[in-house]
Design a protein around this ligand. Structure first.
Ligand SMILES: [Zn+2]
Length: 238
């Protein structure tokens, strides 16, 4: 992310050889070849039924797939409460499903966690969103999209995906959002849009000439944007 210069060398990209139809037969997250399942990116539960038939899928092992499912459910709940997305038609149609899932006996721990994160806001309650958990979901999506786009998994020992949301943009030093806009977002928006899930999900991507370094813009329901990156692992937390 630090050395990302998207306006340089974009046309002589060494990555990727787009090969969407021949994905490797290994887990996108841990590269095992055992117990492979179909992973949806974004998670399919954020789309109401009947689900669109153009969802992006990549292989993931059962363990990794399972690991993400609780976070994906949390992500869906936050979408239903997020001021940007709560009135989006897809989210409105999801609400009965969300209510049902909260009534399952297994949801007790989930509900406790949720209730402790609600804080009074006048006569109303406001949900304190665990952004770390949301970012985890979006980072997984970026990892899947990377494989979908390039036909190659990110080497997870050395590389990772990272995510910025509107909230994290607000916390940046004064000059950084402008720099981010000039260096990353503006070039990204000149790339072709990739629309999926009956237009409920869109992404843009720019690859650099550095292997595995790319920038992403993700848009959920035409309303909620995230900026993502792939690159070498960095030690400092977000
Ligand atoms: Zn795995």
């Amino acid at each position: 992310m630090r050395q990302l210069k998207l306006d340089q060398g974009r046309r002589e990209t060494v990555l990727p050889t787009t090969n969407k139809k021949h994905l490797p037969k290994s887990c996108v997250y841990c590269s095992t070849t055992q117990n492979l399942t179909v992973e949806h990116a974004p998670p399919k539960l954020i789309f109401p039924k009947p689900r669109p038939n153009d969802l992006i899928t990549v292989p993931a092992c059962e363990d990794c797939n399972q690991q993400g499912s609780k976070d994906a459910e949390y992500f869906r709940l936050c979408l239903a409460m997020n001021p940007f997305t709560k009135d989006a038609p897809s989210v409105v149609s999801l609400k009965p499903t969300i209510q049902q899932s909260l009534q399952r006996p297994q949801a007790t721990g989930f509900l406790t966690a949720l209730l402790t994160s609600l804080k009074p806001d006048g006569d109303d309650f406001q949900l304190t969103v665990d952004m770390g958990r949301i970012h985890l979901v979006v980072r997984r999506i970026v990892q899947c999209l990377y494989l979908h786009e390039t036909g190659t998994s990110l080497p997870v020992q050395t590389h990772e995906s990272r995510v910025l949301s509107i909230e994290s943009l607000g916390r940046m030093e004064a000059d950084r959002p402008q720099k981010l806009r000039d260096d990353i977002i503006t070039p990204l928006m000149q790339e072709p849009i990739n629309l999926y899930a009956d237009n409920q999900f869109a992404y843009w991507v720019t690859h650099t000439n550095v292997p595995f370094v790319s920038a992403w813009a993700l848009l959920f329901y035409g309303r909620l944007p995230f900026i993502g990156f792939t690159g070498k692992k960095v030690k400092d937390p977000e």
